[in-house]
Write a protein that binds this ligand. Structure first.
Ligand code: WTA
Length: 635
């Protein structure tokens, strides 16, 4: 008998040891006892990190939506599956029961079928946080189409790059979206993107803001009438365990975004198991994760993990500051939220506001608080613990990545004693290790190293869409036979992990991963720019902000520089999205380079962080003189 729900610390250690000693037995028992299969697997795991190739539950047949919807109907048909809380608090929240979810997903799936979408086709979803987003994700999974959700804050160029990279046939979008007191015309962005996407011949448009939009004949269709006319029955497509479920793009330190491919069975088992344990989910709980489904957190812990457990999962359309900074807490009180999962950047922003915004509301329903996306600093941790959890709700600081599919390191609430800034212990099945610069495993404690994972877990991404070589180079080449996370970490004497941050050129700004290379590419598109380098520096709300060093083709003065700064940020907004705008732009005549011509970002980072006392040896640079100039003009 397996332990699906761990209840105390001793049991955690016991389960953990078993998961390391007999990983296949461990994951087999969980899969066997808690999910619906059309056919069981022939093999629990086949793997080779050298190729790399990872296969879980080979030979099994299933459909993930049967596990997330159909099997709950008998006992939980009238339970709320998705609780939609609109941007405007005066608009009614919508409760979608499991029965309704079944019908609505099936209708949507039939609409996709009628559009000619088949198993294996890629479907791009570019929607705000409205029910159609979750429904379209599940509708794809119902018919075996591979969804590629693009966060609706990305620009037209970012959208078209993603559509083309995975050759999507169809785009699902809306007329627009609400964001606080603003509206955004999403359909216009899609139209612009599709000028560069010859492979898309169908666009389905949900109505949300009732704005005037131009519908391109024979390509664009309003979604609602199609749904109204579709059947509420749709036989699930029976999938192989390793059939792709979705693609989700994440930034790399260089090159274009990486389309991480997640497959069906392992992803389902792992997200369901970790959801249950990390959030200690119990039957009548109302769970709320504030992330957007455009990111992995939303995929795994708004949609799949909660629904696979028959949970009630909240989808919030709005922002924490609208109509005022009390909105999150108003929602907690209104829906009696039991688990609340958010990002450190939101916590820091809210911590700047008056406590009256919190104290007006009854937060006594809360039992578990979660944090994800970046390291949570001690001050934010205490603020969250004191004011939101009232020192009664444990904080689960969950460490994971788009690539890992699910949470890998996290406390279990009411079980693992928490320490601020420590993500603490690996979940069952996860074998982390720290590596030093020479490629040796660090066995001692209290030393910083590079965080790797030694053994596969069911929800690890299997490849990068269209580029397996890049998958191998990025994750499996730095250290032999290990998955390299790109993060640094420290392990304390009891084995707790503390994640210290990225060790590559990915910068996390407000919880969003941004690669420096695409931002620099966008800046360099500006006709006046010769070269640029972007680094991160600490910011009290965003965690990190971006500092750009820019060499102009011709030097200009004062006012001209201010205009250029605006234009450069405009360029970034167009190419990536406003999330990647630079906070500071310094014009310079040169960038410090090694003799082989590589920009020394380490030096630029120190200058941006105002840590110029200890720049190290700069004499071996190609152009050491430029360092002083940059220091003198630092912003
Ligand atoms: C960072 C988000 C510290 C980390 C789920 C990782 C964290 C990157 C934490 C992945 C945490 C995520 N503590 N750092 N609890 N959670 N990170 O792909 O650098 O958007 O590599 O996935 O976020 O970001 P991604």
């Amino acid at each position: 008998m397996s332990t699906y729900h761990i209840k105390h610390l001793e049991e955690y250690y016991k389960v953990y040891r078993k998961s390391v000693r007999e990983p296949e037995v461990f994951w087999e028992e969980i899969a066997e006892e808690h999910f619906t299969w059309h056919k069981k697997w022939d093999n629990v795991l086949e793997w080779d990190f050298k190729k790399p190739e990872i296969k879980w539950y080979q030979g099994a047949k299933l459909n993930i939506t049967e596990n997330c919807i159909d099997r709950h109907l008998r006992t939980k048909g009238s339970k709320t599956a998705i609780l939609f809380e609109p941007n405007n608090p005066d608009e009614q929240a919508e409760h979608i029961t499991y029965n309704q979810l079944y019908e609505r997903v099936n209708r949507f799936a039939n609409v996709l079928k009628n559009e000619g979408i088949k198993k294996g086709d890629r479907v791009c979803i570019y929607l705000p946080m409205i029910p159609e987003l979750a429904l379209s994700v599940l509708a794809c999974a119902r018919i075996g189409a591979i969804h590629s959700v693009v966060f609706a804050g990305f620009s037209a160029t970012a959208l078209s790059t993603r559509i083309n990279d995975s050759d999507c046939k169809i785009v699902i979008t809306s007329d627009g979206s609400y964001r606080g007191n603003k509206t955004i015309d999403l359909k216009e962005i899609v139209d612009e993107a599709l000028n560069d996407c010859p492979g898309v011949n169908s666009v389905l448009v949900a109505k949300r803001i009732n704005s005037e939009v131009t519908m391109k004949k024979s390509r664009d269709k309003w979604l609602q009438p199609l749904l109204d006319n579709a059947s509420i029955e749709c036989e699930p497509e029976i999938m192989d365990a390793e059939d792709p479920l979705f693609i989700l793009y994440t930034s790399g330190s260089t090159g274009k975004p990486k389309g991480m491919v997640h497959t069906t069975a392992g992803y389902m088992v792992y997200t369901a198991y970790t959801f249950k344990n990390v959030f200690n989910y119990k039957d009548n709980d109302i769970y709320w994760c504030t992330a957007d489904i455009g990111w992995i957190t939303g995929h795994s812990y708004i949609v799949y993990g909660p629904l696979a457990n028959g949970a009630t999962t909240v989808m919030f359309e709005g922002v924490p500051s609208y109509p005022d900074f009390g909105r999150f807490w108003e929602i907690v009180e209104k829906h009696k939220i039991t688990q609340f999962y958010t990002a450190p950047t939101a916590i820091r922003a809210l911590a700047k506001e008056n406590l009256d915004y919190i104290n007006k509301y009854d937060l006594s329903s809360l039992k578990v608080l979660g944090s994800v996306g970046e390291p949570i600093n001690e001050e934010a941790w205490h603020w969250y613990n004191d004011n939101i959890g009232k020192k009664k709700s444990p904080i689960v600081d969950t460490w994971w990545q788009t690539e890992t599919g699910g949470i890998l390191i996290s406390p279990l609430p009411y079980i693992t004693p928490t320490i601020p800034t420590f993500a603490s212990l690996p979940l069952p099945g996860i074998q982390p290790c720290l590596m030093d610069e020479k490629g040796e495993e660090i066995t001692a404690n209290q030393i910083d190293g590079r965080l790797c994972i030694k053994y596969p877990w069911p929800s690890i991404a299997r490849t990068i869409w269209g580029n397996h070589q890049r998958y191998k180079e990025t994750y499996f080449s730095a250290y032999e036979d290990k998955y390299f996370t790109g993060d640094g970490a420290l392990r304390d004497t009891v084995g707790y992990y503390r994640i210290t941050g990225r060790v590559d050129d990915v910068i996390i700004v407000s919880g969003h991963n941004l690669g420096t290379a695409p931002i620099e590419d966008a800046i360099n598109e500006h006709p006046a720019v010769a070269e640029s380098a972007v680094v991160g520096f600490p910011h009290d709300i965003k965690g990190n902000a971006l500092y750009g060093y820019v060499i102009l083709k011709e030097t200009g003065e004062g006012r001209l520089h201010d205009n250029l700064r605006k234009e450069i940020n405009q360029m970034i907004t167009e190419h990536i999205g406003s999330i990647a705008k630079l906070n500071k732009i310094q014009f310079t005549t040169g960038l410090p380079k090694t003799r082989s011509g590589k920009i020394m970002r380490r030096i630029l980072r120190k200058i941006a962080c105002n840590e110029t006392d200890n720049l190290g040896d700069t004499s071996t640079l190609l152009n050491p003189e430029v360092v002083q100039e940059i220091i003198d003009n630092a912003l």
